[in-house]
Write a protein that binds this ligand. Structure first.
Ligand code: 13P
Ligand code: SF4
Length: 305
């Protein structure tokens, strides 16, 4: 199956992008594996005719918005994101009526319609930098992730107005889960994604995007890590650091989805091969919607250079 995918990819000049949370075998056949920021940068800068996005729906949407004339395939249209789904565009538009003078900052984990209502998009990899680059007294609304928004507020001293959305994976991780694991691994460093609740982040030695966590682990002499995010990242962590040791929440036998994003796992070798063969399912978006959503994404890409 892998050989057939690689063959078709070449024949059709297709680029396969995959997020760190996808299955190991999917990451292995991808042309590029990254965090949301790097994936959007890659999508903005490709000569491929087809982009196949092994990630979730909002990621494929971002790639399509940046490449309206290219074919964007998503192996399973049901690969949504609970965080993006926690901010319906019509409710968000109503909410924004209360803040007509605020700059609207949206985390990239949102729908194209929410992006179209936003001034600037951020990712977990550039949010602090972008917020810090705005005037101190600029009023800001931040959506959809409450945990990430609170983290940015704490780190920057801002008082952004927050939409109360959440990721079902990160939001259910508790500080107790992390401290229990720490008791077994006293010399391990805790690395966490900022979509986790505040009390979890208080337990962390390092907080950052998936790419930032990988960089932290690669650049330190520490040998053991408690990984507080989705388990898909372990594939790349182990690949880059074969001699270091990683402990995860699910390894404790916890009966929860706390380290598994089922939507990311919807991408399989089978449906990637089928998508390349049939060039379906193709993501189609309204032209006007794409034009409106492109501006805040391009602003982010410019501000991240
Ligand atoms: P990254 O910005 O680290 O890629 O995170 C994306 C995501 O979906 C986290 O749940
Ligand atoms: Fe969305 Fe959470 Fe899955 Fe990330 S881990 S894609 S935020 S549901």
């Amino acid at each position: 199956m892998k050989n057939r995918i690689l063959e078709l990819k070449q024949k059709k000049n297709a680029l396969i992008l995959a997020h760190y949370y996808t299955r190991p075998e999917v990451q292995e056949i991808a042309d590029f594996v990254g965090d949301s920021l790097a994936l959007s940068q890659k999508a903005a800068d490709t000569q491929a005719d087809i982009i196949l996005f092994a990630g979730v729906h909002f990621m494929a949407e971002t790639a399509k918005i940046l490449n309206p004339r290219k074919k964007v395939l998503i192996p399973d249209m049901n690969a949504s994101c609970s965080l993006a789904d926690s901010c319906p565009a019509d409710e968000f538009a109503e909410f924004l009526k209360q803040y007509p003078k605020h700059t609207v900052l949206s985390y990239i984990n949102c729908s194209a319609k929410v992006k179209a209502l936003s001034d600037i998009i951020v990712t977990s990899g550039n949010a602090l930098r972008i917020v810090n680059s705005l005037p101190k007294d600029e009023p800001i609304v931040f959506a959809p992730d409450f945990n990430l928004g609170s983290y940015i507020n704490r780190e920057t001293g801002r008082e952004m107005v927050l939409w109360e959305g959440a990721c079902h994976v990160h939001d259910q991780i508790s500080a107790k889960d992390v401290s229990q694991l720490r008791r077994f691994h006293l010399s391990a460093k805790v690395i966490a994604h900022p979509e986790c609740p505040e009390e979890v982040l208080k337990e962390a030695d390092f907080v950052g995007s998936t790419a930032a966590m990988l960089k932290f682990v690669a650049n330190t002499d520490h040998q053991e890590f408690i990984v507080v995010t989705e388990n898909g990242i372990l594939h790349e962590l182990k690949r880059q650091n074969p001699d270091k040791r990683f402990y995860t929440l699910s390894a404790q036998g916890m009966d929860c989805e706390c380290a598994n994003c089922k939507y990311m796992k919807y991408n399989t070798l089978e449906n990637i091969l089928a998508a390349l063969e049939t060039e379906q399912p193709e993501l189609i978006l309204d032209q006007k919607l794409m034009d409106a959503a492109r501006q805040p994404i391009e602003k982010m890409l410019k501000m991240s250079k």
